[in-house]
Write a protein that binds this ligand. Sequence first.
Ligand code: TRP
Length: 337
Amino acid sequence: MPAPSQGPARSRVLTGDTPTGRLHLGHYVGSLENRLALQEKHDCFFLLANMHAFTTRADKADDIRRDTIEIVKDWLAAGIDPAKSTIVLQTEVPAIAELTWFFAMLLPFNRVMRNPTLKTEIETKDLGDTYSFGFPMYAVGQCADILAFRPVFVPVGEDQVAHIEMCREVARRFDQVYCGVNPKTEDKDYARGGGVFPIPEALVGRIGRLVGVDGTNKMSKSLGNAIFLSDTPKEVQKKVGKIFTGRQSPTAPGDVNNALFQYVRAFIRDEARVRELEDRYTRGDNLGDGHVKQEVAEWINKLLEPMRARRAEFEKPGGDDAVIDIIRAGTKRANAV
Ligand code: TRP
């Protein structure tokens, strides 16, 4: 496979996913969509954070392997193109583990434990105080995932911004301590000021937090409120039909800040139509939830249709091997970088 096209002008992008299961629409609007645009203009690295999966499932290595292959199928289905972007397997890049060790010395322990994303995760995953030593360590590891590639941008969902902030702190500290960069240097000048690591920037997608079909919580596989990129048209229709609004009748004035209208704005890619629906809904102009849901489901299915077609290619016999070849080629290139 040819190496992704790369000119000196192409600045780098890195992001990753922890292989925990199939990707959903929240991933799409939060980050995947950005990645598709970025791969056209940047040298993109997409990391399979399988080591992170071990922080909560160390006894499930086989599942992690399977989830890793599945997530690549989701990426490829969504349009990540291995001829343009590099897909990287974390466990096969030793530099990441090495950097993690050194970065762990540059962050106060209490700073890591105060990381709000970690805290939320401990709560929502009900980890109590029995989580492994390695669990909070993944946040330090994530700094290494990123900085090993010296990217300028890190496209992520809103929940990851706290991690990127920590990564920026480590980069500054490393550059100051080991490269003599003046602490007064502006973030954009760290590389020019002699730093090994440029200070990367988080890029949050069009919709940083997509509500799930339960209408209240963030879309998430573990909460059972997700529409997956691999769902069938029927499943999509059924799930969209479940979005709870609490509205009584098509002639009652509706609230366009409800969950259903978050979907309208996220997936109906026709501005004029969105305005029209919002207007009629607000006025209670005989616009039923059922009708709006039908339209939302059609748009989502239109988005997912080409993904279903691309995915089908990898579901054929030999599909897993093709995916593994792509991972191998990308990881080889990543190790060179
Ligand atoms: N922690 C991220 C998540 O759960 C996945 C991830 C691992 C990541 N390494 C990364 C994201 C580096 C951005 C950059 O979604």
